[in-house]
Write a protein that binds this ligand. Structure first.
Ligand code: HEC
Length: 146
């Protein structure tokens, strides 16, 4: 009896193995891909601020608390944060060819999603859409126009 059961369970185990790689292919394979899958531009549709000043004040708090340690207080990115033994290369928010000058939606997405090169995935870190919106406004209106 045993010599029948054993090959059968082996065959079942092998069949199970054969399916696993397909499942893995369907899943996002980097944290940035996971964050991108969680991103939905509509999450910002219902956000409203009484005044732009209110958004800027909140954005300043978020920036100083969550961003300045890597990007620098004025966004120059000169801080020199070390990650896994390497100094992170962070471009200045002040540079001429900054891609988000007229693209708040793109900026919010970049903040929410992050990168696999050291920019945190803020959407996965729990930064609320309202705070992502506020910090985007702050970077566009204060950091950029300083
Ligand atoms: C742990 C360090 C770290 C923190 C904290 C951090 N960032 Fe970044 N950020 C980076 C790095 C590194 C890059 C460059 C990533 C790359 O090249 O892939 C980056 C890139 C960016 C970019 C794209 C840069 C560009 O000019 O093209 C934006 C926008 C950005 N960060 C916004 C933010 C905001 C807003 C916060 C705070 C909520 C923040 N970051 C916090 C490390 C950080």
């Amino acid at each position: 009896m045993r010599w029948i059961v054993l090959p059968l369970s082996l065959a079942l185990a092998l069949a199970g193995c054969a399916e696993a790689p397909e499942d893995r292919e369907a899943a996002p394979d980097t944290m940035a891909a996971v964050a991108l899958a969680a991103y939905d531009a509509a999450m910002f549709d219902t956000i409203a601020w009484d005044t732009e000043l209110a958004a800027l004040e909140r954005g300043e708090v978020v920036y100083n608390y969550s961003c300045a340690r890597c990007h620098g207080e004025t966004g120059l990115g000169e801080v020199g944060i070390i990650r896994a033994g390497d100094t992170l290369h962070i471009s200045s928010f002040q540079r001429e060819d900054w891609p988000y000058t007229d693209d708040k939606a793109g900026l919010r997405q970049a903040v929410f999603v992050g990168t696999d090169e050291g920019m945190p995935h803020w959407g996965l870190e729990g930064l609320k859409p309202r705070d992502v919106d506020a910090v985007a406004t702050y970077i566009m209106k204060v950091i950029r126009e300083d």
